[in-house]
Design a protein around this ligand. Sequence first.
Ligand SMILES: N[C@@H](CCC(=O)N[C@@H](CS)C(=O)NCC(=O)O)C(=O)O
Length: 319
Amino acid sequence: MTRKRLLIHTAFLFVLPLVVAWFGLGLMSAALLVVLMLLWRWAIALSGIVAPEKAPDVVLESIGISHFVEKVRWSMDRLGIDYMERHNGGTLGAYFTGRTVPQLRVRTGVVQTVIGNSPEILRFLWGNYSGTLGDKADFLEPTPERLQLEARLDRYARNLQVWIYHHLRQERELTLHLWGVDDPETPGWQKAALRLTYPVLAMLIRRTFRINEHHYSKAVHYIEELLADVDVQLADGRTSILGEETINYTDIAFAALSGPWLMPDGFGGGHADACRIERDQAPAKMRDDIERWREDYPRVTTLVEGLYANERKPQKKVQ
Ligand SMILES: N[C@@H](CCC(=O)N[C@@H](CS)C(=O)NCC(=O)O)C(=O)O
């Protein structure tokens, strides 16, 4: 709740040495400044309790195109809860502040609780809403079978990150588009930061995801193994991967996490339209993989596109 106030305080902290140097302040004056900064910080802590900043009750920190965000966003939309989504430029959070998206900020009493990592967010949604929403939240129940499948799906999603960054390693403009520079919801200063720091970010991406031919082949191997398994499971005509009567959060997760290659209509529920990469925009080798997967795993394609067409309802708007 005190996020904005803390940001201003932190910005001031960074400027402080310049103030001291500019005005040639002595030891006592500099020490006084330190005391003032501490008092200011204390006042922020107290104000968070006495006069909390106005903020929506539930905020989803996102990157429009993120498939991990879409996994959570779709579940929140399915629950029908009110929330505000805040778009961020891709990679900036991870490399400059050390946080990934999705991140959920929820007002809990006088404090704001922050939850990261999509599985933990889904566990929170289940714990928080199953009591009040009843049957409507059943799809989020974390049974042992669902948890096991979710872990495999999350690994599939991480391998898809390697896959996409391998194909986009020479594609500056497409990558920036994916990270939100054409998204009206991305703050302007973040768009400028993305363009300015792109060479550094691209290098960090190459290192983080170990972008090389060997790792790409390993990622493709894992992705294809998972797709083949799911395709075989669907052969008996089931409409949910685990064979349950109605869909649950693992079906939603699978459809959402397949976004990077399938990019179905409706992906993002309106939040990813300005950062999508359509098949005909993709580099040739990326398109080859996509065409091959569509052909080799037709039941997967039908399931994901069907889920998007029939189950992906738009977000209930806040305010
Ligand atoms: N294990 C995390 C993975 C999330 C993740 O990798 N998110 C990516 C976007 S798809 C991210 O935040 N990247 C850093 C960034 O773009 O700032 C989860 O399940 O939420």
